[in-house]
Design a binder for this molecule. Sequence first.
Ligand code: FEO
Ligand code: CA
Ligand code: CA
Length: 682
Amino acid sequence: MTCLYRCGNACDHPAPNESANPYLGDVVNAEMSRRGVVRAGAVGAMVLGFGGAAVAGLASPAAAAPATEALAGGRKPKPTRAGALTFEPVAPNTLDAVTIPAGYRTSVVIRWGDPVVAGAPEFDLHHQTAARQARQFGFNNDFVGVLPLPGCDDKALLVVNHEYTNEELMFPGFTTLDALTVEQIEVAMAAHGLSVVEIERVGRTGQWRPVKSRRLHYNRRFTALASTFRLTGPAAGSAWLRTAADPRGTTVIGTLNNCSGGVTPWGTVLSGEENFNQYFVGADQAPEALKPKLARYGITTTARYPSGSRKWDRAQERFDLAKHPNEAHRFGWVVEVDPFDPDSTPRKHTALGRLKHEGANVIVARNGHVVAYMGDDERFEYLYKFVSDKKFMPGHSHLARRHNLTLLESGTLYVAKVTGDSPAAEIDGTGKLPADGRFDGRGQWIKLVSGNHSFVPGMTAADVLTFTRLAGDAVGATKMDRPEDVQPSLRTGKIYAAMTNNSNRGVGANAPADEANPRNANKHGHIFEIVEDGGDHTGTTFTWALPIVCGDPAAADTYFGGYDKSAVSPISCPDNVAFDSAGNLWISTDGNALGSNDGLFATPIEGREKGHLKQFLTVPRGAETCGPFITSDDRSVFTAVQHPGEISGATVDKPASVWPDGGYAKPSVIVTWRPDGGPVGS
Ligand code: FEO
Ligand code: CA
Ligand code: CA
């Protein structure tokens, strides 16, 4: 069930990357293997949040926008302390509950069906309509961003992605997807997208709740059903993006499969359109020349209906690629939403390429350009970064805000190619560390396109941006084990990417283990750390290492930064990453292959305590842990509990989870805090 709904049975199909691209083999370039000559320097990063703002490395402190993710507040970031994480880890379990460490509290902030837009109706499971759902909180909350209202310590905007729907957990009497009514399909479409919800602090605590008011200025829903998105960048208006309904190729209805994302230094939210392929049918009748391009994104081109098809063409003809073959190209982008301007039209930025975008996280480089790091979440896909043409403009002025809103519309897109520094013979696919004691090496950012100039032979800039996977193939990018969330630490400038797993690594004719993806049939995933040479986020070379190789700490194939493995929590399938203001790395998981529920973990990532990973919470049965978001004052951890009860055979009538309210399950965003007001984790 998870496979069908979450990614259209992706694992049942061969991975779409059939390129002969190199994996890390025995290529050890002497120059490349020279160990990180330069450590990451001062962080050219935006640092702002509750109560203030600052940019390190820029001439003047920024006071640009109201918030960013997990960034230290107006105060100076605290120095990283060894042993900063003092909470008692929670034990792995299979309970139908959220479990948290002793001394903490947790509560539901908002759940599926709760009213969002002013005047929205209360949820009624048995009388749901698309019109109601389009005004209520959507299904399957994934990314969570919390952006404080300007000058305000106790009001904020909660921005949440609604990645996909589980129709079997939404509609009483559900039998099959084919039996859904058109109205039910439209409910599902309205349950996709994003929500913007004004929230308020409860008392002086770290607890938050939605503001109840008849006038909710900021609250919005964006859906797959009817919301308008504007395309920007070099591919906007190109022939690939034109359709009968949009002959100019500049305006898209809806956003699909919004997975993770990020909060920008200028106070907007980025949202990654991920497994968009599963919503389309009819590719068997698409133009022959287009079929390889569709197939490269996992769209089935050999049958009218892929297995488990949602058949949204029954509600909107545009999802039938036999009639509208370009409609698929209008999804798979990074979406930017300005939650502070309730009249704004969200944009899809073609300059950041078209992939199965997990998310995008932005850092301001020392030279003022902004850099977005991105993962393409599928087995054997690539890591990317985007560097803006324009420079970030600090300040609160309208001018600065208008300027910064254009930063992601033009720039240079790169893909990563990495090499290991240990002899290939020492990487045997078991996860055994090589003789130098580290999985590590060097990497290059290979330029794909800059503005309207393509660096890929035979592809125009619009080709590269619309079929970015093919561009990555052409330049020999490195096949990774499902790159999910990629996020720079604003404390060190190092970048952390979750490689969630890859059951096919080294299986059959698939690429075998290499130093950057060192285990065959990789069930548990790993964390990939990037250190840009000279601390320059706009540069083209870096060193990398694997600080954490996930799984059962008792197993020989796991690694926790060299920390005593008897003292760490088991972790499997890292998905989303975040930082607290002390620079500790927080990791949420999706698909625990160790038999326990998914959870949220935290670990110091520098110093003597590096790798001392502890489980902070567990989510209910069948759920995935998303978000997470630690507020810049460190007083609240927001976590999205996605698809509770998503277990094969379960339905809303026969649920496998009844969290959080009893009866049946509801995806919900929770907040966890310390009643004594202290910083979470520490
Ligand atoms: Fe939607 Fe990559 O998880
Ligand atoms: Ca090595
Ligand atoms: Ca994810």
